[in-house]
Design a protein around this ligand. Sequence first.
Ligand code: TYC
Length: 113
Amino acid sequence: MPTSPHILSDDKDNRVGDPAVITRTKPKTQRPPLYKVMLLNDDYTPMEFVVHVLERFFGLSHAQAFEIMITVHKKGLAVVGVFSFEVAETKVAQVMDFSRRHQHPLQCTMEKE
Ligand code: TYC
């Protein structure tokens, strides 16, 4: 059945050219939201410990880890990586737990991109 005599409908009764209807031509592929994982500077955590954390939990090379550690040290924080919610949550928990167990105040947080 046509929707109205003034609106053209296709063979599936979708209204064609009706401004009230938004039609999607491409199939919608939903991407999951991404989360930035950030490391925060403090005055007490040893630099070598931060480098070790970055190598161990983020799979960075020693050179990459050192570079990010220095950025955090100088700027106050840096993005370490971008992940799905579950992976970001796990990384934050691993870093926080490892730091606490070594009695360092290192802080790691996540934020929606
Ligand atoms: N500021 C620390 C120091 O001078 C080093 C440090 C770097 C601490 C990065 C935390 O996320 C951090 N020992």
